[in-house]
Each structure stands twice: as structure tokens, then as C-alpha cells.
Design a protein around this ligand. Structure first.
Ligand code: BG6
Length: 488
């Protein structure tokens, strides 16, 4: 559903084609595009070939793989509210089952705006297109794109609507950050190594910083972004997921429910913001015109589809706490912004300083604390900062880094996040998808902030120039605690 949209072109179809290249698609695998635009099967195939040529990590299509992939591509023009279209879908799926031997298993991928999810789900149920189970001889599953609702109440309603037709284990709420190699590696790093886990707690950790910086603006997504803003778009989903993976306890097993149980516990332990904390610990910003990578770029209010007096935030920085035995008192600082100087996603764990001030007579700046930085993207890898003696007479100390780079350690390209996630849906593994209680717990953290903001018009937007590291107030949030944002 939504097969002619941006996401299908940029991510979904190239990811499926890439799975084809890696021989990870089952025999007879077929795709039916179900969307509003009118297309013949053949136009649809050509359109998708262009998309794969542009966006696949393997570059231009290989004729043999493409031809076999394209044989399984079909298109049906649809009005999402019209029962007749679902009847036609049922007939087409039936025909494909017989002709291509797909045996009735079906995944519905909703790459559509959130407003039509409940309607489509209901119509699929009414048309008898949903099996009662997620496994067994015949199964159907549904994948729902983000944003999953726009606040707690709407997310709860969406969950209720979905659960009237599908079982929880048939529902795959996607958060593409969980499909990134480096994000999955957080758990491997933490729980497959004995070195860091003993010090991964309030006794040794001073603070944690999570940065998701983007140099891009909002592209052609003004219409969506105006109603979303940075808090909903990135913090509610991707950033809270990074926080849970960093803070969670070891799960009892590597299965979907065990992992998600631990993540939900972290979200539940996030301290609700008090009246005072709303204004002191959360900063929002909006970019004005500026300069990035040698080019002048317009301010947010001049982007297409944006209200010239918009008060939508394109930057958020906040401080929060995870109030449990492991993390009580350790601040977690999160920041995200559009049109910052560069794209960089990083989780940095800062450790407490050494207790004995043997070297206190030296330059205070040289005695920086140990920091473990997990670089999610780009330049995927990790780096551990510690201090070392500068060679020479006397004692001079300088920070140095121990680095791990994916690029040099592994001589193979990582799959795209969507490749991993789509493959997992086919296998029926929902570990990397968000469970019902998890998405609601995320919204429980975010919704009070949205409500608080609603009553407070942001003063002085725009408050940072494109190409800078965000508003002054974000730097102040840190300096009040005697800390500063990392230079990523
Ligand atoms: C999407 C957001 O979920 O993630 C976008 O809607 C954002 O606004 C994108 O740009 C970032 O994804 P990535 O994989 O490029 O970090």
C-alpha cells in the first residue's frame, strides 16, 4: 500500500531487489503495488527499475536478477476506502498464488500516511484477507510505517484498530533505526563482551549523550513535517530506541519478547518531566537561513509546504533520567536537529574521572574523562578516548583514541536497514520491531512535552542559523551542568 510513494521508491523496492541479489527471496516471491495512481503492470515495473537503478546499493540493475524480480511485480489501482478494490486485490493475490506458487502467505506493507492505516486494516479484515495467525501453513502479517500516531491517544487508538483485525504477533511496527547494523551492534557490544558491562552503570558512568545530527533540511516533506516536528519525527521513535538499547538490562534470551520486555522497562523508568524541567531541561529550535557545505540554504519558514510563521521545531535538546537501580542520577542528554553542520549519529558514554588527582598540577583540559563513542553513522565504528603520556621529558598528558572502524575490520558492505527488516518480517522475527506497549510507552514520554509546548508559543523562532550546532539555549542546558556537547 502506497507503492508509488517516496518510501517505496527510495527504500522498500531497492531493499527487496537487494535481497534478491543476495538470494534471500523465496521462490515465486511477488509484489502487488496497491495505490491511488493509475499504472499498468508494465509501467509500474519500469518505474521501479528506475528507482532501483538510482537507489540500490548495488548500483544499476543486473538484467538477469531484475528480469526474474520484475516477473513478480504487479499493480492494482486502489481507492483505500472502496471494498471493490479489496475484492480485486483478493482475486489478484489468488491468481498470483496459483500462477507463481506463493502458497497464500502475505505481508501487507503500509507505506501510507498514518491517517489511512485504520481504514486499510479494517477493509482488509472485511475482505477476508487476514488469516487468524502469524505463523502456520498460511499466514498474513502487516507492517506499519512510522509515525505511529501523533500522540499517546492516537497511538492507542491505532493499536486498538489494528488489534481488532490482526494479532499482536502479526503486527510489525517499523523503526528503521533498529535495522541498522551499528544499532544492532549495541547489544552485541554490550552483552557479548565482558569488558564494559561491569562498569555500565551509575557507579562509573558520568553521563550519556545521544546525538542525531542531520545536515539535510526537510526536503520535499514540508507538508508532513509541519504537523510532526523534530520531537515526533526523530525523538519519539529513533532516539528513544537508541536510549533503550544503551540503557536496557541484558534480556533473558535473544527473542522478540525478551528483548522488548527489557526495552519497555527502560521507557517506563524514564522520569516524567516536572513543570520546572519542561522549561529547564528541554530546548526547541528552528533553523533560519544559513550556509552548509559551501551553499546558501533557506530557513525552515521558506521551505516548500511550510507556513511562513511556522512554530514547528526542527531542533530538540533534552536532559532526562532513567530512574532505576542501574542508572539513577545519570543524565541522558539527547539532541537532534535538521540543518546542522553535518550528518552524524552517535551515542557517547562518558565515564567518571579517576579519583586520585595525581596529575592535578597539569593542564585541566588534558585530563578529559574516558569516553566510549558508538558511531552509528556515517564512519560506522567505535572509539574509546583515554589519556596517555606524551613522549618526552617530564609528564605531559594528552587524550588519545582507540578506534574500531567497520570499514577496515569487515571487508563487506552492510545491508541497508530495510533489507534486514523486510527479511525479518518474512521470517516472522519481530525482535527489531516495536511492540504495542513499547510504542505507547514512547508516546507517554513525548506527549506531555507536546502538550506543554502547545500552551507556550516558542519565543524567537528561528533561533539558530542553518549550518550551526543549534540554539544558544542548548549549549546553556549543558553548561549549567558543567558539561558541554561533544564535538562530533
Ligand atoms: C526518518 C525521519 O524516520 O529518519 C527523517 O522521518 C529523517 O526526517 C530520517 O531524516 C533519518 O534517517 P537516516 O537513516 O538517514 O538517519
Amino acid at each position: 500500500m502506497g507503492a508509488t510513494g517516496d518510501l517505496a521508491h527510495r527504500k522498500l523496492i531497492p531493499a527487496l531487489y537487494n535481497l534478491g541479489i543476495d538470494h534471500l527471496l523465496p521462490h515465486g516471491f511477488s509484489i502487488v503495488g496497491f495505490a491511488r495512481q493509475d499504472h499498468e503492470h508494465e509501467d509500474f515495473r519500469q518505474d521501479l527499475r528506475d528507482a532501483v537503478n538510482t537507489y540500490s546499493r548495488h548500483g544499476r540493475t543486473n538484467a538477469e536478477v531484475w528480469n526474474s524480480f520484475a516477473e513478480g511485480l504487479f499493480f492494482l489501482q486502489a481507492d483505500f476506502g472502496d471494498a471493490k478494490c479489496y475484492k480485486q486485490l483478493a482475486d489478484l493475490l489468488d491468481r498470483i498464488d496459483h500462477e507463481r506458487g506463493t502458497q497464500g502467505n502475505c505481508i501487507y506493507y503500509l507505506a501510507t500516511p498514518p491517517t489511512v492505516i485504520s481504514q486499510i486494516t479494517h477493509m482488509l479484515g472485511e475482505a477476508g484477507l487476514v488469516t487468524p495467525s502469524a505463523t502456520g501453513e498460511h499466514w498474513t502479517r502487516i507492517v506499519v510505517e512510522k509515525p505511529f500516531g501523533f500522540d499517546l491517544t492516537s497511538a492507542q487508538t491505532l493499536n486498538r484498530d489494528l488489534l481488532q483485525v490482526f494479532h499482536e504477533d502479526q503486527i510489525y511496527r517499523i523503526d528503521h533505526y533498529l535495522g541498522k547494523e551499528t544499532v544492532q551492534n549495541i547489544l552485541v557490544f554490550r552483552f557479548a563482551n565482558g569488558l564494559f558491562e561491569p562498569i555500565w552503570n551509575r557507579s562509573y558512568v558520568d553521563s550519556v549523550q545521544i546525538t542525531v545530527a542531520e545536515d539535510l533540511g526537510i526536503d520535499r516533506r514540508g507538508g508532513y513535517y509541519e504537523g510532526a516536528g523534530a520531537l515526533r519525527d526523530m525523538v519519539q521513535s529513533h532516539m528513544l530506541q537508541l536510549l533503550t538499547l544503551t540503557a536496557m538490562e541484558p534480556p533473558v534470551a535473544l527473542d522478540a519478547n525478551a528483548v522488548r520486555d527489557e526495552k519497555v522497562k527502560v521507557l517506563r523508568a524514564v522520569v516524567p518531566f516536572s513543570e520546572e524541567a519542561f522549561s529547564r531541561n528541554i530546548v526547541r529550535g528552528q533553523y533560519g537561513p544559513g550556509w552548509i557545505g559551501g551553499k546558501d540554504v533557506p530557513g525552515y519558514r521558506s521551505e516548500a509546504g511550510v507556513n511562513p510563521e511556522s512554530s514547528t521545531e526542527t531542533y530538540v535538546a533534552l536532559k532526562t533520567y532513567v530512574d532505576n537501580w542501574r542508572w539513577a542520577g545519570v543524565p541522558f542528554y539527547l539532541r537532534h536537529g535538521k540543518r546542522l553542520p553535518k550528518k552524524e549519529t552517535e551515542i557517547a558514554v562518558s565515564f567518571k574521572r579517576a579519583p586520585l588527582a595525581l596529575f592535578q598540577h597539569l593542564d585541566a583540559n588534558s585530563m578529559t574523562p574516558n569516553v566510549l563513542a558508538m558511531r552509528i553513522q556515517p564512519d560506522e565504528g567505535m572509539s574509546l578516548k583515554f589519556v596517555a603520556k606524551v613522549p618526552g621529558q617530564g609528564i605531559e598528558i594528552q587524550p588519545v583514541h582507540m578506534d574500531f572502524l567497520y570499514g577496515s575490520s569487515f571487508a563487506r558492505q552492510s545491508p541497508e536497514a530495510y533489507e534486514r527488516l523486510l527479511h525479518d518480517v518474512m521470517l516472522g522475527d519481530s525482535t527489531l520491531f516495536t511492540r504495542r506497549d513499547e510504542v505507547e510507552a514512547e508516546w507517554s514520554i513525548i506527549t506531555p512535552i507536546l502538550q506543554y509546548w502547545q500552551g507556550q508559543q516558542p519565543s524567537a523562532f528561528p533561533n539558530y542559523a542553518a549550518g550551526t550546532w543549534g540554539p544558544e539555549a542548548a549549549a546553556k542546558l549543558m553548561s549549567c551542568d558543567g558539561r558541554s556537547w561533544r564535538q562530533v
